[in-house]
Design a protein around this ligand. Structure first.
Ligand code: ZN
Ligand code: ZN
Length: 810
């Protein structure tokens, strides 16, 4: 033991001589009594050989009960958990070398001849034997580091037999392991007081440092601790610990391992009196990974970058301390590298230890209503399907799908809006109409294939509200989806554990959305105005553009903001974990500023400020400037835009139609009524009647189509369209059917041109359209009704009638 070793310099030759003499006398006596003959020596040797070969040496020497430890990409510790014995015992790490200061202090204190002896120091053993015999004590001391490893394997009582066992084990250990391995085993399993095992945990908990940052004083304190680990806590023991440390420092000075100045400085340092908690980064992620990976290896190396993690954690905390005053208590964020998919920051809540606001909930994994977050994928895929281009007009008028009638957030309609504007302003009605055209099943399966894991219900069950927040999503999946958009429609899992195998290589993965459509969509999302003109990022925007989208769930329970650049995918959620709504909650104003603060804080490459245009994937296309559809013969202005090469053909503009008019353009004419050289063909933009009606209601002047010439020998213009049934001011008797329900009434219209599409409105509510055969069945309630029918070029008729319910009673 070290205490004996310490006394070595003081031991005089005299004492040694006395001991040798005593030993000689014992041997002499043994020989005189004929005890030490050849036979007995052989028996003794045989006994030793049997003993040695029967010594058990477990493999591994120590049961692998280590603290699960979560590391960042570079090996920095993010979080440590207790092991099964409720101890802090960090797993041995291949990538860590024992720092020089600690190594020198430990060797100087415990075992100066460690590198020279075969596991046992014979000289100090004999000396200790003599001292113990002469003082009548149980065998102690003279343990080498190897012998201590043997004892740490199985802590045993200090008896002569156990000492012999330890010696044998030590010799065996030396045969099986290198000196470096033995030294590390000692340091990794020595007790350091409290429930701290091993130098790594001791360094972190007593000094809040990695071992390589220890000072001489700290290294010396750690060197002496395993000897008497009890010295750490009580105040009185602290002085003993200090004295012990200082003695070792003196020895280091005497051996010229440290110089006088270092020695004096070291003496000034305090010794620790208690341990402190580990610092914690990405605690939610660590918890998640620990639950998954405990059996495999105690070391979990993640893709997190500690500095980025820390910065994002600070920003989330900062923003939430402001939002907290508005009654918004929780927030989460994720920052992922666009190209590699490696997660660099994972913030599950504003504060893991915030008990009042459920800080332990992991907001990255919590499923919440998506708000408008799914819209960009519908728009992008609709481009591939040839349904839209960014310039194509989508109807934004009151719309009914059965009982479902979507409304825009500001409860206003815009008549006709280009797809790009509809997406940037996140209008609900155009998005629902688009989903209706695109197909709910088709979209549902696209989302699942892209990596959305929270669609637990059927497509039918979600229905059209899916696109405006009808489904729940989580921050993790949304990051997968937006990253896919940034990677040309290739959707891949994110990477969070450093050594995990990559599931799919990008080269073998097909694009779910074409790179061209993704690029056009990202360009649309780039136009979204950044929150608040007062922010400095208005100027910043041009240098570091970001394609971003916000989402606010129904009832203002969730605010989302997700942004993508060629380098980063950043996703932010704020709200309340308990689901409480808040009138202040909105994606752009609550989640947006945090998103941009995170984006601004991340490292960027000036060579990669915006996505590279997929030149080979885009081709020029001539479209109608007014409507965005493929330019037709009647379109007045045409422009060339870029469209994905692989997209399905888009429709020819059907809003521009040509009509024949008289010279003054006051009347339409036809071959029956035009006069030679007194007519011309003009092109007119003719919106569908529901749009026209909506715009007219809002007081907008619509360039209308002139009426047909009254001089025309053909049917009068008023008769172009006529409601045949019901007639004006009539009473309809509505009987019950066989099923007991009121029967539907079939209404009829005649139109001069059969191919015209008619739009039907009952009491100002759109009830459907008809073509070729103009009949429509409707359920009526008791009372007055107005039926109005309009065709595409504005011809209309309306009838007012009364519905009476006829009971089938006599
Ligand atoms: Zn056109
Ligand atoms: Zn005519």
């Amino acid at each position: 033991m070290a205490t004996e070793l310490e006394m070595l310099p003081e031991m005089s030759l005299n004492v040694l001589w006395k001991g040798m003499n005593k030993l000689k006398r014992i041997l002499k006596n043994l020989i005189k009594n004929q005890f030490l003959n050849v036979k007995n020596i052989l028996i003794f040797l045989a006994f030793l050989i049997i003993l040695y070969s029967s010594i058990p040496l477990p493999n591994p020497l120590f049961p692998p009960d280590y603290s699960p430890t979560v590391l960042d990409e570079e090996g920095k510790i993010l979080r440590v958990f207790l092991n099964n014995n409720q101890q802090w015992c960090l797993p041995p790490r291949q990538d860590l070398v024992v720092p020089e200061k600690l190594k020198k202090a430990v060797l100087c204190f415990e075992d100066r001849h460690f590198y020279r002896h075969p596991g046992v120091n014979l000289f100090s053993l004999l000396r200790a034997l003599y001292q113990n015999i002469s003082s009548g004590k149980v065998f102690s001391g003279a343990s080498t580091i190897t012998m201590q490893v043997a004892r740490l394997m199985y802590p045993k009582e200090r008896t002569y037999f156990n000492k012999i066992l330890e010696i044998s084990q030590s010799l065996k250990i030396e045969l099986h392991y290198s000196k470096e391995e033995i030294f590390q085993m000692y340091l990794n399993h020595a007790p350091y007081g409290e429930n701290i095992i091993g130098y790594q945990a001791a360094s972190l908990r007593y000094f809040q440092k990695m071992p390589e940052q220890l000072t001489w004083a700290e290294a010396a304190a750690l060197a002496v601790l395993p000897n008497t680990p009890g010295l750490i806590s009580p105040l009185t023991n602290r002085q003993q610990l200090r004295a012990k440390r200082d003695r070792l420092l003196k020895k280091l000075l005497d051996k010229s391992i440290i110089d006088q100045e270092a020695y004096q400085l070291a003496l000034l340092e305090e010794v620790p009196d208690t341990s402190k908690s580990f610092q914690m980064f990405a605690p939610h992620l660590a918890q998640f990974l620990k639950a998954r990976a405990r059996e495999k290896s105690p070391i979990i190396r993640t893709t997190i970058k500690k500095e980025i993690q820390q910065r994002v954690e600070d920003l989330v905390k900062q923003h939430l301390s402001y939002l907290d005053r508005l009654g918004i208590h929780n927030g989460a964020a994720l920052a992922v590298e666009t190209q590699t998919g490696k997660v660099r920051a994972y913030v599950g809540s504003q504060d893991f230890f915030d008990k009042t606001s459920q800080g332990q909930v992991d907001g990255v994994r919590a499923a919440r209503s998506s708000g408008s977050l799914l819209k960009p994928f519908l728009y992008a895929s609709s481009i591939d399907e040839g349904i839209i281009l960014p310039q194509i007009l989508i109807k934004d008028v009151p719309t009914f799908f059965g009982a479902f009638s979507p409304n825009n957030a500001n409860e206003k309609f815009n008549g006709m809006v280009p797809a790009k504007e509809a997406l940037v302003r996140s209008l609900n009605v155009p998005a629902v109409r688009l989903l209706y055209t695109y197909g709910i099943y088709h979209f549902y399966h696209l989302l699942k294939a892209a990596g959305l894991t929270t669609l637990f219900r059927t497509a039918d069950d979600y229905g059209l509200p899916l696109i405006i927040g009808g489904a729940e999503v989580n921050l993790w999946d949304m990051t997968v989806l937006y990253r896919g958009l940034a990677n040309g429609g290739k959707f891949r899992p994110l990477q969070i554990v450093e050594d995990s195998e990559r599931l799919e290589e990008s080269s073998t993965l097909t694009s779910l959305i074409s790179p061209g459509a993704c690029y056009l969509t990202l360009n649309m999302l780039r136009e979204l105005k950044r929150p608040g003109a007062e922010y400095y990022w208005e100027q910043y925007q041009n240098q570091w553009p970001l394609a971003w989208k916000t989402g606010t769930s129904y009832g203002q329970r969730d605010a989302w903001a997700i942004g993508v650049s060629p380098q980063w995918v950043i996703a932010v959620w704020v709200g309340n974990f308990d689901g409480e709504g808040n009138a202040n909650l909105a994606g752009a104003s609550c989640a947006g500023p945090l998103l941009f603060d995170i984006f601004n804080s991340l490292p960027k490459d000036p060579q990669q400020s915006w996505f590279e245009k997929p030149v080979m994937e885009l081709a020029p296309l001539e479209i109608c400037q007014d409507t965005g559809f493929l330019a037709g013969d009647h379109c007045e202005k045409k422009i060339i835009v870029e469209a994905p090469l692989s997209m399905k053909p888009i429709k020819i503009c059907h809003y521009h139609q040509s009509i024949y008019v008289n010279k003054n353009q006051t009347h339409q004419v036809c071959s029956l009524c035009w006069k030679p050289d007194q007519y011309k063909r003009i092109s007119r933009l003719i919106y569908p009647p529901d749009v026209v009606q909506h715009l007219r209601e809002r007081g907008q002047v619509i360039s209308s189509v002139p009426p047909h010439s009254p001089d025309c020998p053909a049917q009068a213009e008023s008769l172009a369209l006529q409601i045949l049934y019901p007639q004006n001011n009539t009473r309809l008797w509505i009987p019950r059917g066989f099923d007991g329900n009121w029967q539907k009434v079939t209404m009829r219209v005649a139109h001069r041109e059969r191919s015209r599409v008619l739009y039907w409105y009952l009491d100002d509510r759109f009830i459907g359209r008809s073509k070729d055969r103009h009949v429509k069945a409707a359920e009526l309630t008791r009372g007055w009704h107005v039926l109005e029918v309009v065709d595409e070029i504005g011809n209309r008729d309306h009838k007012r009638f009364y519905a009476a319910m006829k009971n089938n009673l006599p």
